[in-house]
Design a binder for this molecule. Structure first.
Ligand code: CA
Length: 291
């Protein structure tokens, strides 16, 4: 095996390197080398089994489906530099095949593609895969964004976007995906019926929300909306989707209803309702609960 790169990894790269054995090692710094799609880690701290243990770690795999060569290169370069394994396809049909074959940990998916468009790919993948999908959309294509989120994309970026923004979204999606997996693996017992983010908590059985253990006085629809947002933490949810899920298809009111209820909720859960940090407005689409 040929040595490709040598890097000192720290907690700066939690998404790229998974070291379950080392969870309790404080202030851990490891030396890692990449061989193909593997990282080999050398430990330099007081790891008990001895110095220079080598633990192979699989890199997180990210599939990029994008037909613009310049953007392919930039995305690929930046994601590799963060320690991800990157696979690039420039055509929709090949992209779909690659997604099914390599089972990536995350997909960055352009909408306008030769062969098959990103919306169709998402629709097909969602029938059997839960892989996080970040869509790339053209400016002013609001309809694509809404549709993409409706059919199961997890997030989107509007071109042109900064690489810093993209990397932040990638990390957020991988972290969220891992939390969900951990939850499924630990199979929360039936009595576990609370969702908690910081000082905010809701009890799903009592339909009760608290901040710092103080009960909030919420109208039924405010509670329903809050629960829906918390259950989709980190995801953009469109007004239309919220209306459908919280108020139901037959609801006669418009999406203004959602905005009004969000405003009421913000007054109850935001430290500063005039500058929301928990329920974020995603312009042209809807809302995202940050945590
Ligand atoms: Ca394109």
């Amino acid at each position: 095996m040929q040595r490709v790169a040598s890097t000192i990894f720290s907690h700066r790269m939690p998404g790229a390197i998974d070291l379950p054995l080392l969870q309790n090692t404080a202030e851990l710094q490891v030396e890692a080398q990449r061989y193909g799609d593997q990282i080999v880690v050398r430990l330099n701290s007081n790891y008990k089994s001895g110095e220079n243990d080598r633990i192979p770690c699989m890199l997180k795999k990210i599939l990029i489906v994008e037909d613009e060569p310049a953007l392919q290169d930039t995305l690929s370069y930046n994601l590799k530099r963060e320690g991800y394994q990157v696979i690039v396809e420039g055509d929709g049909i090949k992209g779909l095949a690659a997604a099914q074959e390599i089972q990536p940990d995350l997909i960055v998916l352009d909408i306008m593609l030769p062969g098959m468009d990103g919306l169709e790919i998402t629709r097909i993948l969602r029938q059997k895969m839960n892989v996080p999908i970040i869509m790339l959309t053209a400016r002013d294509a609001e309809i694509d964004r809404v549709l993409g989120l409706e059919i199961g994309a997890d997030d989107y970026l509007t071109k042109p976007f900064s690489m810093r923004e993209l990397l932040a979204r990638v990390k957020a999606q991988l972290r969220r995906d891992r939390l969900i997996r951990d939850e499924v693996m630990t199979q929360s017992p039936p009595s576990e019926t609370a969702l908690t983010f910081g000082n905010l908590s809701i009890n799903l059985v009592r339909r009760e929300a608290t901040i710092n253990d103080d009960v909030l006085h919420l109208k039924p629809k405010e509670y329903d909306l809050l629960q829906y947002l918390l259950e989709h933490q980190g995801k953009v949810v469109s007004r239309e989707r919220i209306l459908e899920q919280v108020w139901g298809w037959d609801f006669g009111g418009g999406s203004r209803t959602v905005d009004v209820h969000v405003r009421w909720l913000r007054e109850k859960i935001e430290p500063d309702p005039t500058s929301p940090s928990r329920i974020i407005t995603v312009r042209g689409v809807g809302y995202r609960f940050e945590g």
